[in-house]
Design a protein around this ligand. Structure first.
Ligand SMILES: N[C@@H](CCC(=O)N[C@@H](CS)C(=O)NCC(=O)O)C(=O)O
Length: 202
């Protein structure tokens, strides 16, 4: 039995997307970040930082959304997990790259430029985040100019992890980065992505 802890309104979004790609049945603990349940001792035993997402896969406890998706795709022998070690490594590379250079930066930028009520936005915070987001978009756009997908000839967990983390970028104008823009649309047009997005936007 698989349990996913964490709302679609969190980094759980990308795990829910992966579960849908794989056709997995799961129990969903639909908890928002910092919800009271995340502070309870039984959850802290699974995830000492109290963050979401976490999975419990028949007693195997795993946190970190990128690792969860790599694990689930590999375990279920999905075509989303390349068997070629080089393409597999590219999935790791892009997942780690995104976590380092975009994951929090894009959230901060979008919150302080469009998502928060105007009175709560801090333009200086948005500007600082943008100084990291824009060069990372350049890198992604260049890579996607050479190949339609990040790790080989087809959509993979590498694409899912990066595009899933760029959910917030769907609400800003990315048309200047034509390759990135088209790829993001292609990824989010997938039925499993639409399913996860509908849970977030319900
Ligand atoms: N690198 C982690 C980040 C997890 C994370 O920061 N989750 C946020 C919600 S998206 C959270 O639970 N925040 C609560 C807190 O900071 O206390 C992952 O990708 O799973």
């Amino acid at each position: 039995m698989l349990t996913i802890y964490g709302s679609a309104n969190s980094r759980g979004l990308r795990v829910i997307w992966m579960a849908a790609e794989l056709g997995l049945k799961y129990e969903h603990k639909d908890w928002l970040p910092r919800a009271p349940e995340t502070k309870a001792a039984d959850y802290r035993a699974l995830n000492p930082g109290g963050r979401v997402p976490t999975i419990d896969d028949d007693g195997f406890i795993l946190s970190e959304s990128m690792a969860i998706n790599l694990y689930l795709a590999k375990k279920h022998k999905s075509p989303l997990y390349p068997s070629d070690p080089k393409l597999e490594a590219l999935c790791w590379q892009w997942s780690l790259w995104e976590t380092d250079l975009l994951d929090r930066q894009i959230v901060t930028y979008v919150r302080h430029s469009v998502a928060l009520p105007a009175a709560e936005r801090k333009p200086e915070v948005a500007e600082k985040a943008w100084l990291e987001v824009a060069p990372a978009f350049d890198v992604l756009d260049t890579a996607l100019g050479k190949s339609a997908w990040l790790a080989g000839p087809a959509f993979s967990v590498g694409d899912l992890n990066v595009a899933g983390a760029l959910y917030r970028a769907l609400s800003i104008d990315t048309s200047k980065w034509a390759n990135l823009h088209a790829w993001l649309q292609r990824c989010w047009d997938r039925p499993a992505a639409k399913h996860a997005r509908a849970l977030r936007e319900k």
